[in-house]
Design a protein around this ligand. Structure first.
Ligand code: ADP
Ligand code: MG
Length: 304
């Protein structure tokens, strides 16, 4: 049986509270069946659409900073995720507690990301609205052919400050929900940790968490069954495995879109490079159980 960090993407969560309710009912069933199979499961999740909306409302009305919006998104998603998991485990007859850890992640205050925003948040908009925002000085990017989105600073995660609490829960074989939305970005100060205006990429934070917890598998569940080269073109080819050197080569050749697939393959490299018996699997949520058996998904495996 494996220790697994599962990173849930946007399609596991839905775009609003109503969608979240049904999406998480389904996601929780899939995770509960992995727990029933005897795996130790630590769950992280994204927050792109949610933090964008929370921040839009909170900041206009209350001048709430972005990191507080990230904290709110952990609660907003965590509440549904924990209660859905508890119920799904109950239906499976599995008596394992679900622990929730509000997670802060330390970043470098001098990270170059603060002057080069790259992380898409919020909903999609058309070109006209995007140009309007750019005129107001709000950075916007085109996101994988799906429309335009606001972008914010996405510094590299350095340290999971609540790691010990997560480790303790994992050692007791509890299901753990943590590092939501990549964790609340903080910097170390003489007064303790303080929040900073950013959103950490959840795939990047999940890779750091998986490494620090020394789990066996980093499971990135997203909207595609496999990773492709020449994605979205007539030459598109789905990959079942990528060696570490192939992954580096494909990154160099620009096969993975920044802000969507690139952070996932980079997370895979962070987790497996130079390590022993580690596997990253990128696949669809609905294919989780097949992918874990090696029947589908894209695997990036450690080589030493
Ligand atoms: P998540 O919410 O799970 O993090 P993202 O939208 O950020 O999902 O990333 C997954 C998306 O990446 C896919 O739905 C696909 O549109 C896009 N993508 C970009 N490049 C590739 C590629 N080379 N292979 C597969 N998918 C890709
Ligand atoms: Mg993403």
């Amino acid at each position: 049986m494996a220790k697994i960090v599962i990173a849930l993407g946007g399609n596991a969560l839905g775009n609003d509270l109503k969608e979240q309710d049904s999406a998480l009912t389904h996601s929780a069933q899939i995770i509960a069946s992995l727990v029933k199979d005897g795996h130790d499961v630590i769950i992280t999740h994204g927050n792109g659409p949610q933090v964008g909306k929370i921040h839009q409302v909170m900041n206009t009305q209350l001048e709430i900073p972005l990191h507080v919006s990230v904290a709110m998104s952990q609660g907003y998603i965590g509440f549904d995720l924990v209660r859905k998991l508890e119920h799904a485990l109950h239906l499976e007859g599995v008596h394992v507690p679900v622990d929730y850890v509000l997670t802060m992640v330390e970043v470098d205050p001098h990270d170059k990301a603060f002057s080069h925003p790259t992380k898409p948040i919020g909903g999609f908009m058309n070109e006209a609205l995007a140009l309007e925002l750019v005129k107001q000085g709000v950075p916007v990017v085109e996101d994988s052919g799906r429309g335009y989105r606001r972008v914010v600073a996405s510094p590299k995660p350095k340290h999971i400050t609540n790691l010990k609490s997560i480790q303790d829960a994992m050692q007791k074989h509890h299901v753990v929900v943590c590092a939501g939305g990549g964790g609340i970005p903080v910097v170390h100060t003489p007064h303790g940790y303080e929040g900073v205006e950013a959103v950490i990429d959840k795939d990047s934070a999940s890779a750091l968490l998986a490494k620090e917890l020394d789990v066996d598998v980093l499971f990135i569940l997203t909207a595609v069954e496999k990773v492709a080269v020449y994605y979205g073109t007539p030459k598109q080819r789905w990959l079942s495995t990528m060696s570490i050197s192939e992954t580096h080569q494909f990154i160099k050749e620009g096969h993975f879109a920044p802000g969507s697939m690139l952070p996932k393959v980079e997370a895979a490299l962070t987790f497996v490079s130079g390590a022993k018996n580690k596997t990253t699997i990128i696949t669809l949520l609905d294919k989780a159980s097949e992918a874990l058996k090696g029947e589908t998904g894209t695997r990036i495996v450690s080589e030493v």
